[in-house]
Design a protein around this ligand. Structure first.
Ligand code: AKG
Ligand code: FE2
Length: 406
């Protein structure tokens, strides 16, 4: 589908606001033409798996013309201490629109986004572009919240969110000492999903019937809306050769089945929705693989904290190959449509510390194609800090409060 390059600015208010890009060059350092910068924000996450990409809006998908003024949220790698093999990360570039920054506070008093409205413009919260109100009217607050919250908060009525010190302090931990064991023991009793315990220390659990084959095929169709070469480490790398499609756009994430599947997974793991990354769907063709890596790639002291759990769904059978292998545990799980595989990335007795025993790899597909999805759950809220462009680094409160691992 053509979009992005060569786009030109429409006259008058553009139909859609700048939108984070997710395509293009491997490293995704995407800078829209004529952009006046606010600057580099986040070296998001490090190694295995991948962190959230920016969120394009549906309107953006439809309107390539507005891409020229796109906000550039991108990611860059940060190979982290743990390890060796893999990392996917991003640097988010928060850039104002190409035609400059307009501080617009022109609404009639009491109108949404006006100075007199509860969530309207006030010091520290201004529309930074003359088109904010127009964008808000066409639904961009919902479709493109990352950009809009940061740049058009009065127009969206989100000044309270903007002014919250989201990135500066860690919220409550969703998982405490002993909770992982309790969660897995409970999950292992969910007979409707066909549970099989493969390991108890660390926990590795399979649900042979987490999704019906029909559901899995539909998740694959919806989730696989936009496959791009998978990233790890510094970007495209020989350790991960599959394709990735992020369910971070309304056309995917608002689908009732996607919501239902996530709800089920979150219920099993007893985790809040906001702690979840978006669903990431993978496709492996013959010869493709993901070498040994660990999924915990976040700074434990960051606003969102470590990835605590991986909930992995297989969305296809594979004729040969494509198993998920845990080399330290001598476990290999074969892909089967509807099967789910769950494991923790941190220790039950020290929930901020990566448990490297759950390193794993995607074995090469030999015959057929493999489709699967990752859902990663963080210790603390992830979605709002993602929207706000927070960084993968210790929050101020950790520096004051000392070392969480002490
Ligand atoms: O495809 C698999 O079996 C595992 C994929 C994986 O480990 C990942 O995407 O982080
Ligand atoms: Fe992984």
């Amino acid at each position: 589908m053509p979009r992005r390059g060569g786009a030109k600015r429409a006259t008058g208010a553009s139909r859609t606001p700048p939108t984070p890009q997710k395509r293009g060059s491997v490293r995704l350092f995407l800078v829209a033409t004529g952009v006046a910068g606010l600057a580099v924000a986040a070296a998001l996450l490090g190694r295995g798996g991948s962190l959230e990409p920016p969120r394009p809006s549906d309107a953006m998908e439809r309107d390539a013309a507005s891409a020229a003024r796109a906000e550039a949220d991108a990611r860059a790698s940060s190979a982290r201490a743990f390890a060796s093999t893999t990392a996917e990360a991003e640097i988010a570039l928060n850039l104002t629109a190409g035609d400059g920054t307009a501080h617009v506070t022109t609404n009639a008093p009491g109108a949404p986004g006006s100075p007199g409205a509860p969530n309207g413009a006030r010091p520290g919260c201004e529309n930074k572009n003359a088109d904010c109100e127009a964008w808000a009217r066409v639904g961009e607050c919902e479709n493109n919240p990352g950009f809009m919250v940061r740049n058009c908060a009065p127009a969206c009525g989100t000044c309270d969110t903007l002014l919250e010190p989201v990135c500066d302090a860690d919220g409550p931990n969703a998982v405490g000492e002993g909770d992982i064991g309790e969660t897995f023991r409970r999950a292992a009793a969910l007979s409707q999903y066909g549970p099989r315990v493969l390991s108890m220390d660390p926990w590795v659990l399979v649900f042979d019937a987490f999704l019906t084959p029909e559901e899995a095929a539909e998740v694959r169709r919806i989730g696989g809306h936009d496959f791009q070469r998978s990233l790890a480490g510094d970007g495209v790398t020989a350790v991960r050769t599959s394709s990735t499609s992020w369910c971070n756009v309304p056309v995917c994430e608002r689908e009732p089945l996607i919501k239902e599947v996530k709800r089920r997974a979150l219920e099993v793991l007893r985790m809040p929705e906001g702690n979840s990354e978006h669903l990431q769907t993978l496709r492996y063709e013959p010869g493709q693989f993901y070498k040994v890596h660990h999924d915990q790639n976040a700074d434990p002291k960051s606003v969102w904290g470590p990835r605590v759990y991986t909930f992995f769904f297989y969305l296809s059978d594979v004729e040969e190959g494509g198993g998920t292998r845990f080399p330290n545990l001598n476990i290999t799980v074969e892909p089967r449509i509807g099967r789910a595989l769950i494991w923790p990335s941190v220790y039950d007795h020290n929930v901020l510390l990566a448990d490297m025993r759950t390193e794993h790899e995607a074995m090469p597909v030999i015959r057929g194609e493999k489709y699967a999805s990752n859902l990663w759950l963080h210790m603390r809220e992830f979605q709002k800090p993602l929207l706000m462009g927070c960084e993968n680094k210790p929050v101020a409160s950790w520096r004051e409060g000392g070392d969480p691992e002490a």
